[in-house]
Design a binder for this molecule. Structure first.
Ligand code: DX5
Ligand code: ZN
Length: 215
C-alpha cells in the first residue's frame, strides 16, 4: 500500500449521541472518508453501545461507507442484520470467533467488505489462515472497549511486520492523534480511526487533514 492515500474514519463513539446524524454530516463535510461505528456487547468488552437499528438510522444520512467495528461475542449471529442495516464494511475480532475463516466467508456472502481486528496483545498468527481473504486488518492501538485511552506504541512493530506481507488496508484504532497517526503511517498503516481527537477538536477539518499528514 505504499503511496496509497491515507483514509480517516471518525469514530462516532466520541460524538454527541443526541445528535448523531448532525455529527455524521459534520465530519463528512470536514473530509472524513468512512464513518466508524463501534458496536459493543457488554461481554467481549465491558461497555455497551449501539446495534443495527442505529446503523440503519445513519445509513440515509451520509454517502460515506459505514465501517462497523464489532466488539461482540459470536459475531456470526448478527452479521446479516448489520449488513442489511447498511454496513458497507464489517470488522470482527479474531479473538471472538471460534471459526474465523467461516465468519470471513459469511461477511463476504452477506455483501460487505471484510475486516478482522486484533487486540494489542494478540499475535499476528491469528490472521494467517484468512489473510488472503480479507480487505482490512484492524490492529487495535488500545484495549477495545472505551474511547479516550492512550495509544500503545508497542503495537508499532506489529504494524511493520504485517505491512511486509499484507497489501490491503491496515487500520489503527485507539489513541490516534496527529503524533500517533504519524508513527502508525510510517509503520505502514493507511486507515486512521479517531474519536476524541476529531470530535474534541476546535476545527474537525484541520484535525482530519492532520491525520493524513496534510496539516
Ligand atoms: C475503542 C473503539 C474506538 C474508540 C477510539 O474500543 O474501537 O473506535 O472510539 O476512540 P479514541 O480515538 O478516543 O481513542
Ligand atoms: Zn473502533
Amino acid at each position: 500500500m505504499t503511496g496509497s492515500p491515507i483514509l480517516v474514519a471518525p469514530s462516532m463513539l466520541a460524538a454527541d449521541f443526541g445528535r448523531l446524524a448532525e455529527e455524521t454530516r459534520r465530519v463528512e463535510a470536514a473530509g472524513a472518508d468512512w464513518i466508524h461505528l463501534d458496536v459493543m456487547d457488554g461481554h467481549f468488552v465491558p461497555n455497551l453501545t449501539i446495534g443495527p437499528q442505529a446503523v440503519s438510522a445513519l445509513r440515509p444520512v451520509t454517502r460515506l461507507p459505514l465501517d462497523v467495528h464489532l466488539m461482540i461475542e459470536q459475531p456470526e449471529r448478527y452479521l446479516r442484520a448489520f449488513v442489511e442495516a447498511g454496513a458497507d464494511r464489517v470488522t470482527v475480532h479474531a479473538e471472538a470467533c471460534s471459526d474465523l475463516a467461516r465468519v470471513v466467508r459469511q461477511i463476504r456472502q452477506a455483501g460487505a467488505k471484510v475486516g478482522v481486528a486484533l487486540r494489542p496483545q494478540t499475535g499476528l498468527g491469528l490472521l494467517d489462515p484468512c489473510l488472503d481473504q480479507i480487505d482490512l486488518a484492524l490492529l487495535m492501538t488500545v484495549n477495545p472497549g472505551f474511547g479516550g485511552q492512550s495509544f500503545m506504541p508497542e503495537v508499532l512493530p506489529k504494524i511493520e511486520a504485517l505491512r511486509k506481507r499484507f497489501g490491503r488496508h491496515i487500520q489503527v484504532d485507539g489513541g490516534i492523534n496527529q503524533e500517533t497517526a504519524r508513527s502508525t503511517r510510517s509503520a505502514g498503516a493507511d486507515v486512521m480511526v479517531a474519536g476524541t481527537y476529531i470530535f474534541r477538536a476546535a476545527d474537525a477539518k484541520q484535525a482530519i487533514a492532520s491525520l493524513k499528514g496534510k496539516a
